[in-house]
Every structure is written in structure tokens, then in C-alpha cells.
Design a protein around this ligand. Structure first.
Ligand SMILES: *[C@@H]1O[C@H](CO)[C@@H](O)[C@H](O)[C@H]1NC(C)=O
Ligand SMILES: *[C@@H]1O[C@H](CO)[C@@H](O)[C@H](O)[C@H]1NC(C)=O
Ligand SMILES: *[C@@H]1O[C@H](CO)[C@@H](O)[C@H](O)[C@H]1NC(C)=O
Ligand SMILES: *[C@@H]1O[C@H](CO)[C@@H](O)[C@H](O)[C@H]1NC(C)=O
Ligand SMILES: *[C@@H]1O[C@H](CO)[C@@H](O)[C@H](O)[C@H]1NC(C)=O
Ligand SMILES: *[C@@H]1O[C@H](CO)[C@@H](O)[C@H](O)[C@H]1NC(C)=O
Length: 440
């Protein structure tokens, strides 16, 4: 391949560059993408080459046209001279067989006829040179078509393979840009927008932040006690209208509202136990059951509203998390990073915040945010950074429209908070404050 492989990797002058800027007023990530300059030049160069070739083809066509015009004129001339030539030929034959019939008058006539035929000589010369020109032109045309074929192959390879790689690279860099911008400190909770009013006072609903945003399936789980019915809507619009859904009946009932859909599976707390269950939607089967060691359950350490909300599972930009507590931790919130494949605890942090005093908790980029109430006037009151193992008190208010919140989870794909607010499904946007590095 003719293209330069160096251009496929970031960091070089040829790479796509993604410049991240601060978020807009709605907290959305804004990225500027700059295409590599050298490759544009390469394309430019190829463009010039192509127009030169086109010009050459036009020149050759013109030459061929000229030769054709001339030869057809010459041919006409030959045709017109043919009777004369035949006449001369006949006379010469008869004089050859009987020389005595050649008179001086006859010789004069013959001379005159041959003089008339003289231009045929230069026409014949022209013909000869035209044959040479035609051979050269034919060679050039063959050459040109070979060059064009090679260029076509090159262009094809360039577009398919390299563009595909570039798109992948671009996606990766955009993703890292999003993450870089997503990893800020929560400074505001905006909205809310009521998406739908459905179900009982308590429940949970969510989308899967780990799958492409073209898949906007919505899952809803009404109630906190012994529920087994999960509704899967095809799109957010379908969820809003309450149409186009399929039902999953879980083999084990759930407890609380702390479920999460992560990478195509539902993770939830099994009723009257601290067992976590991974239910895979596509195969409609339980892949994994695992006890969250020491975690309180059966409404022993719920959030302030009760409802068996002992174990709250959630996902952020950095992975899967469990928020719970144990007797060992004296009822203070513990946050654990979980492996989504084994449900092993990878690491735990003890936050010191009493779980029964928490309204709800959600995770944004490795930071756990805790609200101080599930009722009107609630605000985001406490933040624990797992990256630094430090906490701070915060004062981020949000508008609690319908007074009783039984579920609140952050979705990193949409950078939105999903809440179940007294039988209403409500969304908030978040504003994150971030420091942007311009390198890598
Ligand atoms: C085409 O013909 C023109 C005029 O004869 C000449 O100036 C030009 O260089 C030719 N182009 C190519 C590509 O051969
Ligand atoms: C064909 O193209 C090559 C490379 O462009 C050149 O070296 C060669 O002289 C050309 N042949 C003819 C017959 O024009
Ligand atoms: C998500 O699931 C796919 C297969 O369905 C798997 O290949 C991938 O590793 C999973 N991603 C994470 C982060 O677990
Ligand atoms: C859970 O709590 C209920 C009511 O408080 C009680 O009847 C039941 O025995 C408890 N189950 C377990 C497994 O602790
Ligand atoms: C985590 O902390 C380290 C050092 O304290 C810092 O360099 C890094 O940017 C932090 N990462 C995030 C995602 O906050
Ligand atoms: C979040 O922001 C986006 C973009 O500005 C907007 O379209 C959407 O309606 C907002 N959602 C909420 C819940 O405010």
C-alpha cells in the first residue's frame, strides 16, 4: 500500500486530533476534531495527478481525432484517384505488350496522368507517419489506463482500510474525550424533565450506558418488594408512550430499587438476601449469583425511605459499583468496585456517611454523591472520591418535583440522572466542572 502507516497512530503529525473544550451551558461535552493536514495534501497531490492524467487523455484523444480526420481525407483522395490509377495501369500494360502503339501524344497523356497522381506520394508519406503516431498514441493510452487502474486500486485501499481504521481511532479518541470531560466535579443538577407517569410510588427505570447510543432500550421495574417482571421498551419514545415492549420474568424476585442494566445484563439484589444476580437479557438466563459478603439486607440498612434499598448497584464511566453497608461498618456507606464478569469485589472504600441518613446515592466518574433526603428540599450533600479516598460536603440543590424519590442513578452515556419520583420517571442533566488537559 502506498499510504503511510505512521498516520494510523495517534501522536504523530498525521493523526486525527481531538480538541476538547469546556462543556456548553447544558453540561454537554464539546469536541473539535481536526483532520490530519498531511493526508489532505496527499489527497490534493492525487487530485493534481488525476487532472494531469485527464488532460493527457484529452490530448491523446485530440491527436487521434486529428489522425482520423487526415486519414479519412487521404482515403477519399485515394478512392477518387483510383480510376485514374487504373487507367494509367491499363495503358502501361497495353504499351508493355505492344510498344509500337506508344505515340508521342499517348506519352504526353500518360505523363499528364502521372503528374495528376503525384500528390498521392506525399499522402502515402503522411500515412506512414500517421501509422507511427498511432502506434505511439496506442502505447500512451495503454500506459494511461495502467496508471489509472493502479490509482483506482490505491484509492480503494486507502478509503476502505485506512478510513475504517481512522474511524475506529476517532471513536476511541472521542470516547476518551468524553470521559475526560465527564470526569468532573458535580456542580449543578438541571431540569427536571418528566418523561412519563407510570407505575407505583416506588420503582426503577434505566438505559444501558455500556452499549452504543443507537440502542436506546429502556427497562422499567415497578415496585421494591418481590418483583419479578422487567419491561423492556424498544426506544425511549416507546417507553414514553408505553408501547412496544417485551417482558422478562426473573427466576428470582428482587429487593429494593438499586438495580442496574450494564452491558446487556441486569444486575440486581435477590429478595431477602445479599446475593447479587446477573440476568442476561439476550439469552433470558441467569449467568451468575454471588453473595455480597457482609452486606446488610432485608431492610436492615436501607436509604432513608426504606423499601429494602439495602444494596444499590450502579455504573459510571469507570465501571460497575455496589453501594451498601454492613454491621462491621456500623451502618456507614461502603462503596465497592465490582468485576462485571465474576461479581468479585475489586476494592472497597468506607465513606463514613450513615446509610440510613442518605436519600439516594449515585456515582459519577469514581465519585460517590449522596443526597440528604428523599423528600422535597433534598440536595446533593456529600461526595466521596474513590480515586483519592477523600470526602467533602457539597451543596448542590435539585428540584424534587413529586416529593418522594425512590431511585436516582447516573447514566454516563447520556450524562443524565434517572430518577423514579413518586410514580413519575424523571430525568435531570448534570453540569460537571472539569480541568482539561490539552495533551494526549
Ligand atoms: C496537452 O496539450 C497541450 C497543448 O498541446 C500542452 O500544453 C499540454 O502540456 C498537454 N498536456 C499533457 C498532460 O500532455
Ligand atoms: C509509461 O509511464 C511510465 C511511468 O509514468 C514512463 O516511465 C514510461 O515512459 C511511459 N511509457 C510510455 C510509452 O509513455
Ligand atoms: C460487554 O459484553 C461483551 C460481550 O457481550 C464483552 O465482549 C465485553 O468485554 C463486555 N464489556 C465489559 C466492559 O464488560
Ligand atoms: C426479612 O424480614 C421479614 C420481615 O421483617 C422477616 O419476616 C423475614 O424473616 C426476614 N428474612 C430474612 C431472611 O432475614
Ligand atoms: C485520580 O487521582 C490522581 C492523583 O490523585 C489524578 O492524577 C487523576 O487525575 C485522578 N483521576 C480522576 C479520574 O479523578
Ligand atoms: C439535557 O440537555 C440536552 C441538551 O441541551 C437537552 O436536549 C435535554 O432536554 C436536557 N435534558 C434535561 C433533563 O434537562
Amino acid at each position: 500500500h502506498i499510504y503511510d502507516h505512521k498516520g494510523l497512530y495517534p501522536g504523530s503529525e498525521e493523526a486525527w486530533q481531538v480538541y476538547s473544550t469546556a462543556s456548553d451551558p447544558d453540561g454537554r461535552c464539546v469536541c473539535a476534531v481536526v483532520a490530519p493536514a498531511r493526508n489532505l495534501c496527499k489527497r490534493d497531490h492525487r487530485g493534481r495527478q488525476l487532472s494531469l492524467l485527464t488532460q493527457q487523455v484529452q490530448n491523446v484523444s485530440q491527436s487521434v481525432e486529428g489522425v482520423h480526420l487526415r486519414t479519412s481525407r487521404d482515403l477519399r483522395h485515394f478512392r477518387e484517384s483510383e480510376p485514374l490509377l487504373r487507367g494509367v495501369d491499363g495503358r502501361l500494360h497495353s504499351y508493355a505488350s505492344s510498344p509500337r502503339t506508344l505515340t508521342s501524344k499517348g506519352l504526353q497523356e500518360l505523363k499528364g496522368q502521372v503528374t495528376q497522381l503525384q500528390p498521392l506520394l506525399s499522402t502515402a508519406d503522411q500515412y506512414r507517419s500517421d501509422v507511427r503516431t498511432l502506434a505511439a498514441l496506442r502505447g500512451e493510452l495503454l500506459n494511461l489506463s495502467a496508471v489509472l487502474t493502479a490509482m483506482q486500486e490505491e484509492v480503494g485501499a486507502y478509503d476502505y482500510e485506512e478510513l475504517q481504521r481512522r474511524v475506529l481511532l476517532l471513536e476511541t479518541r472521542l470516547h476518551s474525550c468524553m470521559n475526560k470531560l465527564g470526569c468532573g466535579r458535580l456542580t449543578a443538577v438541571n431540569g427536571p424533565i418528566t418523561v412519563r407517569a407510570s407505575g407505583s410510588r416506588f420503582g426503577s427505570w434505566m438505559t444501558d450506558a455500556m452499549i452504543p447510543s443507537s440502542d436506546s432500550r429502556v427497562w422499567a421495574m415497578d415496585g421494591f418488594y418481590r418483583g419479578r417482571r422487567v419491561l423492556e421498551y424498544r426506544t425511549m419514545a416507546d417507553f414514553t408512550k408505553g408501547q412496544n415492549f417485551v417482558q422478562h420474568l426473573l427466576p428470582h424476585a428482587w429487593a429494593g430499587t438499586g438495580h442496574v442494566v450494564y452491558n446487556g445484563s441486569l444486575y440486581y439484589n435477590k429478595h431477602q438476601s445479599n446475593i447479587l444476580v446477573q440476568y442476561h437479557f439476550r439469552s433470558r438466563s441467569v449467568l451468575l449469583q454471588r453473595s455480597l459478603s457482609g452486606a446488610g439486607y432485608n431492610n436492615t440498612f436501607p436509604y432513608s425511605w426504606g423499601g429494602s434499598s439495602d444494596i444499590d448497584l450502579m455504573a459510571d464511566e469507570t465501571g460497575l459499583w455496589a453501594v451498601y453497608t454492613s454491621i462491621l461498618n456500623a451502618g456507614n456507606i461502603v462503596v465497592s468496585r465490582l468485576c462485571p464478569r465474576s461479581l468479585d469485589i475489586l476494592r472497597s472504600w468506607s465513606t463514613g456517611f450513615p446509610k440510613r441518613s442518605a436519600g439516594e446515592a449515585f456515582m459519577i466518574c469514581g465519585v460517590l454523591y449522596v443526597t440528604n433526603s428523599h423528600l422535597a428540599g433534598a440536595k446533593v450533600h456529600f461526595a466521596y472520591n474513590t480515586n483519592t479516598s477523600t470526602y467533602e460536603y457539597t451543596d448542590v440543590p435539585f428540584h424534587n418535583l413529586y416529593s418522594h424519590i425512590s431511585m436516582m442513578d447516573y447514566n454516563p452515556r447520556e450524562r443524565a440522572l434517572y430518577t423514579w419520583n413518586n410514580g413519575h420517571q424523571v430525568l435531570y442533566n448534570v453540569t460537571l466542572f472539569h480541568v482539561i488537559r490539552t495533551d494526549g
